[in-house]
Design a protein around this ligand. Sequence first.
Ligand code: C5P
Length: 296
Amino acid sequence: MRARVPAKVNLALLVGGTDQQGYHELGTIFQAISLEDELTVEASEPGHFTVSTLGEGASFLPGDHTNLAVRAARLFAEHVDIRDAGAAIRIRKRIPVSGGLAGGSADAAATLVACNELWGRPATIDELVGLAAELGSDVPFLLMGETALGTGRGEVLEALPVCGEYHWILALSHSGLSTPAVFREFDRLQQPGPTVVPAELVSALAVGDVSAVGAALTNDLQPAALRLLPTLERTLDIGLDAGALGGIVSGSGPTCAFLADNDELVGDVAAALEVSSSVRAVRRARGPVLGAEVVV
Ligand code: C5P
C-alpha cells in the first residue's frame, strides 16, 4: 500500500503556558504544502515491524522501534486488534529531518492511512485522528491537510476557509533543531503569552490577500530558534531583502519559510537564498494541499 503525505508550515504559532505533562498550550495556523514524503507498507511476518528510509536526511532517522512510523503501525495494529500483524515500511523522504516541517509526524500520518487500507479499513477517520493525537501533536493535522486552526497542544483542529495561491520558498539549514530544546529555550527567554491567532491573518487567508498573509506571519518560537542557531537571522534577512512577502522560522525550525504570490518572485527569492552560505538547500512548494492519502 502506497501513501503520500505533505509537510506543514505554521503561519502563526502562539505559545502559552504548560500543562501537567509539560506540553505548551498552542494557538496555531497550519498549512499543508506540496513538499511530500511517500511511503509503502507491506504485510510482514507476525510481530515484525521494520522501517527503511531513502532520500533527504534518511541516514539521520532511527531504523528501529523508536521510528514514529513504526510506532504508528504498531499502535494501529494493537488498536484494531489484528492478530499476527507485521509490517515492512519503506519511506522516501523529501521533507527534511528535524526541520520544523513535521516530517516525522507526516510519516506517522501516512503509515496510519496506509495500514488502514492494507488491513481492510477497520478504523474510522475519527479513530485514526485519535491514534494520530497519541503519536504527536502535529500528526492529526497531517491527516487533515489544507489549512487549519490548531489549539490545545496543536491537535484540536478546525478547518479554515482559504482563497489564493501560496507559493513557499523553504531555506533548509545545515543542522537540525530539536523541538523540545527549542521549547525549553522559549521557556527560558520569555513568559508565555495569549494564544489567540491574529484575526487579520485569518481574514487575509479567507479573502486570498497573500501580501497581508505575508505581513501577518508570526512565530513565538522564532526568538528561541534564533538563539540556538544565530545564522538563521541572516537567512531571514536574505529572503526578505529579495522581496518575499513574509518570512519566518517554520515551527521549531530551523527551516525558514518565505511567502510569494507568483513564480517570478519565487525565482528571485530562491536565487538569493541558494548562494547563501547559511543555507544548505532551497525547496519550492505550494499550499494548501490535501493531507495524507493512499495513492494507487
Ligand atoms: O507532540 P510531539 O511529540 O510532536 O512534541 C515534541 C516535543 O515538543 C514535546 O516533547 C515537547 O517538548 C514539545 N511540545 C510542547 N508543546 C506542544 C507540542 C510539543 O512543549 N504543544
